[in-house]
Design a protein around this ligand. Sequence first.
Ligand SMILES: [Fe+2]
Ligand SMILES: [Fe+2]
Length: 465
Amino acid sequence: MELYERIPNNVNLSEDKGLLRALEKWLPNYLSWWREMGPEGFQEKDVYLRTAVSVEPEGWAHFDYVKMPDYRWGIFLKPADADARVGFGDHLGQPAYQEVPGEFRNALRRIIVTQGDTEPASVEQQRQLGKTCPSLYDMRNLFQVNVEEGRHLWAMVYLLQKYFGRDGREEAEAMLERRSGNPDKPRILEAFNQPCDDWLNLFCFTMFTDRDGKYQLAALAESGFEPLARTCQFMLTEEAHHLFVGETGVGRVVKRTAQLMKEGDVRELGGIPLDIIQRYINFWFSYSLDLFGGEISSNSADFFAAGLKGRYQEQKKYTEHSAANEIFTLMVVEDGHLVPREIPLRNALNEVLRGEYVRDCERAMKRWNKYLEDEGQTEQLYLPSTRFHRHVGEYAGHYFDVEGNLITKDEFERRRNEWLPTTEDREYVRSLMHAVTEPGKIANWIAPPTAGIKGLPFEFEYVRL
Ligand SMILES: [Fe+2]
Ligand SMILES: [Fe+2]
């Protein structure tokens, strides 16, 4: 079979000899990476997966049993708009860039490499989880997310190989060489080096960390560099399912915990106590906030000015697309106190994007708290302050409580176990993780979903073991 037939695509791969050659070299390395670092123990199993086969609204999601290494990773871009224009910044209204603008070549490469690196990283973080799945439905969702993150790597590698020449090809190889959590060749971003070795971690990761990806992709989906915009637009359609897995996953754990709270001691009953769930939320939320970058950033200003990275829903939500001459007020630490500081809006765009993300997380939090209320519980979960436990930006190097009050390092260390998962918490959660693989059955620490996949019942055999 010709390579371009093995790679479903809408980028005219068969005509593009240079790209075809680059992908020919990369594909076998990708496949050996997948064999080595993809889900362990399930590579030969039939999994009920959706595959993108085209970008048409009806055609893109095809459902069938597939063995993961046979998944048809493809290259899909949203169809081109002949009259695409730069939608914001200093070049507003000019024709969109079809090639990489020379002065932004390095910056764009960095954006694409950083985004691309997260995709295989998450597959690596999650590779052991199939062995402890709470149900076949959940196992299938994990594998669906994994193969799609693999495809997102393809999407970024396509951009690197097509638009960045030899450096792009080298970056594409390096994506397959770094490893999540490896001290010698770690993944680029810290959240993607954190262990994700139990299902509560997985659900928090897909809820909080993948959701950062949604906002980054959305900001790039309106990029003036058109191939990037069209790539991200299509990735967002797949990403929606990952966020669903995370939000409903945490929600189902909360729901089950709320039920067990009515019956007695959650721990004795084999559930996950609410305070542990809260500490996991604090951990993943704070690490995910770091992914948006510094609150005050000249990079964000440059990217926006160049029309490369916009705000969330720039076209839909804003009427003024220059964001010049506007001021943003931010709390910063000065001489041991939190004080407001005014900065030019363009320098605050990381923080503006982070704000959109936080509102989205608050929405999910309300839904989870509703599950507690529905079971008659008065306890509630919360999101910690965005200043809490930060390692990047204005608040890194300072210490805050979960309400965002500035505290001393000593006080933080004294209360760390109240706020962040302890070794004992992690061991306890891990002790609950035993595979439940009989169709229709579910682990005791999580509630079943309200519906199955693609109209099928929860009892369906989503993975043939
Ligand atoms: Fe992704
Ligand atoms: Fe994702």
